[in-house]
Design a protein around this ligand. Structure first.
Ligand code: FE2
Length: 263
């Protein structure tokens, strides 16, 4: 273990029970191999593929996950409001308009005693027209940078271009911009010239015998008939997607990024 590095393990969208099961199975080995100082997981689809509640959030924390990030689906289960009443470790995108419950960023202490900010943002292209993620990132960084240079961002967005644009916009100012939401892992992990680790999409930790997590027969029907048919979560071919980012403790610059796709 290098004292000057902070290792963040980010687990991609943990989808329902299959996602939690494979995380429980593989996380002990990942902890041993990578010795993460902080574990972050996207949990917007934790409850059977939609939202969060107290019981499932607790299961995330019992696995050793330190911070849970969200996205557009974090609002889908009303149980999340109860979580937010007493637990600040479950985030929702910071750029939802003012007046909403929950929060979109926090500073946590890593296992090796370094303060690190975790920020959750959401894109607007092909999604809700919420507040500008670029400007909200600036605003949050103004506060965060008084306390730490270590900043990890989960950018929950549909469009590749928007994710890449935000990463370039923040290059050198944050340690990592990792995309989520599409449930499909991309193979473009890299460190931008300013020292920001970037990956367009971390993928999904859940069933791949599916259409982005849902039963494929139902998804096909919905596309063909163009009417709302109730989605059901799939179960087969479960995999775990994750990213390991090593960050220089003093400068906050990323030193390495490694993408994992395990079954
Ligand atoms: Fe999403």
């Amino acid at each position: 273990m290098n004292e000057n590095l902070v290792t963040v393990l980010f687990i991609a969208d943990i989808f329902g029970k299959p996602g939690l099961q494979i995380t429980a199975q593989l996380l002990p080995g990942l902890r041993e191999k990578y010795q993460p100082d902080l574990i972050v997981a996207n949990g917007e689809n934790g409850v059977d593929g939609k939202g969060q509640n107290e019981k499932v959030a607790q299961q995330f924390f019992d696995l050793g996950i330190d911070v849970v990030t969200g996205g557009n689906h974090i609002w889908d289960n009303a149980g999340v409001y109860k979580v937010w009443q007493k637990d600040s470790r479950v985030l929702r995108p910071a750029n939802y308009p003012p007046g909403n419950a929950g929060r979109g960023s926090m500073i946590v202490e890593t296992k090796n005693g370094a303060p690190i900010a975790v920020i959750n943002l959401q894109g607007r292209t092909y999604m809700y027209s919420i507040d500008c993620p670029f400007r909200i990132a600036d605003e949050i960084l103004r506060h965060v940078n008084r306390k730490t240079n270590l900043v990890f961002i989960d950018f929950h967005a549909e469009a590749t271009a928007e994710k890449m644009a935000l990463a370039w916009y923040l290059d050198g100012r944050v340690s990592a911009v990792i995309g989520t939401h599409t449930h499909v892992p991309t193979a473009d992990e890299r460190i931008l010239p300013g020292g920001t680790a970037y990956l367009t999409d971390a993928g999904m930790t859940g069933p791949y015998d599916s259409v982005i997590g849902m039963r494929k027969e139902i998804a096909i029907k919905r596309f063909m008939r163009q009417i709302p048919i109730h989605f059901e979560p799939a179960e087969g071919d479960v995999r775990l997607c994750a990213v390991v980012v090593k960050i220089d403790r003093e400068s906050g610059k990323a030193k390495s990024i490694e993408r994992l796709f395990l079954s």
